[in-house]
Write a protein that binds this ligand. Structure first.
Ligand code: SAH
Length: 365
């Protein structure tokens, strides 16, 4: 392996173990390095005092620790923070921190842009550039942890991570799982499995693979209770219709009987908010341990949609609650800085790559 440009943050635990063995070192070095880098935030090999001087010098020559760079940060009136993170010379993704009384949730991006074409999502309008690698995903957590730790007034902590930023995480499976494993690693960010949530637009093979390899909390962007409507709003539904999606959700729930699956439902005025659709939704979720998050639609430039009225959202919610489904209406956070659900756009180059990316995607779906 050419180690000249080996960036140590691009490896998960298994990858670092392999690298250590190639360097003739024991896997204990992996633990030490992960602690220094992710738990303590140290990127200078000289400061890693429990590694021998010779090994430190070798690491400094043959490898590097290089995180993405924060280009800008904005703080909302409600305390939500959005960072624009440069991942390469032409592209930036967005990461959002949402503080609440008893927790701090970091919303992490998995791709530059997104190849799916959900009709109500700002990220979709900018097309797709590429998948983020492990370092670019875990780097968002590292940067946010450092930034929050340095806040003088109050120390805000990341207690939860949601893979709900830009991109479809299950279409970047290996890198997302590698990064999530670091989030859960005792020596790195030490988050419990239930505190890491992956949200998918409904990539059925990916849901099954996640169940088998890394069963974190699952959220599914449902948005419609029938195929006719979902085909329009969430076009991946044409490939993986509701019946197969619900089967995959049941398999996921059966394998993790303690957990509930979160179903996200964006409230679009006159499109998916009718009482009859609430009734269909209840029927669809029958026999799945489900909770529903209603998301008031967040508008962006050029969108054809509007958010449902407060009354319609409340009625929809009450119908679900009356049928025994735990339902919350998600509070809109950070919309004054365009940091709310579906508003992330980053800075994505090569919009023209979208058609090509979509063709590639069709092949992989
Ligand atoms: N691709 C994944 C991860 C994105 S998560 C997924 O689809 O689940 C972002 C969540 O915000 C999803 O539930 C998405 O459907 C929702 N969303 C997208 N655009 C939105 C908007 N304009 N207003 C409110 N929610 C939106």
């Amino acid at each position: 392996m050419d180690l000249a440009t080996t960036n140590l943050i691009d490896f998960d635990v298994a990858g670092l173990n392999q690298l250590m063995s190639e360097l003739g070192e024991s896997s204990y070095r992996t633990t030490q390095l992960i602690k220094w880098i992710h738990q303590l935030g140290i990127v200078n090999f000289d400061e890693m005092t429990n590694l021998s001087k010779v090994f430190r010098q070798r690491l400094a020559v043959e490898t590097e620790i290089r995180f993405p760079e924060i280009v800008s940060h904005q703080e909302s009136a409600d305390g939500t923070i959005k960072w624009l993170v440069r991942v390469d010379s032409g592209n930036c993704v967005e990461t959002v921190f949402i503080p609440e009384n008893d927790r701090g949730t970091l919303c992490v991006s998995s791709q530059i842009g997104c190849p799916l074409d959900c009709r109500f999502c700002a990220t979709a309008t900018q097309g797709f550039n590429r998948n983020l690698n492990i370092g670019e995903i875990i780097g968002q957590v590292w940067l946010a942890a450092r930034h929050l730790g340095q806040t003088p007034k109050r120390v805000r902590r990341i207690t939860n991570v949601v893979m709900m930023g830009m991109g479809e995480p299950l279409l970047n499976f290996d890198n997302v799982v590698g990064a999530m494993r670091l989030m859960m690693d005792d020596n790195a960010y030490n988050l419990a499995r239930k505190r890491v949530t992956l949200s998918t637009a409904g990539h059925v093979p990916g849901i099954d693979k996640l169940r088998q390899t890394c069963p974190v909390s699952l959220a599914v962007s449902l948005h419609a209770p029938n195929d006719t409507l979902r085909d329009v709003l969430v076009p991946i539904n044409r490939k993986h219709p509701l019946e197969s999606l619900m089967d995959a959700c049941r398999r996921y729930a059966d394998a993790n009987p303690q957990d509930q699956i979160t179903f996200e439902y964006v409230m679009l005025k006159g499109v998916n908010d009718a009482p009859s659709l609430a009734k269909d939704l209840v029927r669809l979720l029958h026999r799945i341990p489900a909770k529903v998050n209603l998301i008031p639609f967040n508008a962006f430039d050029g969108t054809e949609y509007e958010c449902s009225s407060r009354d319609d959202i409340d009625n929809f919610r009450n119908q679900l609650v009356r049928s025994g489904i735990v339902t919350i209406t998600r509070k809109t956070r950070g919309d004054d800085i365009d940091a709310a659900c579906g508003q992330l756009v980053g800075k994505v180059q090569a919009k023209s790559a979208r058609r090509r990316a979509q063709t590639d995607l069709e092949k992989t779906l």
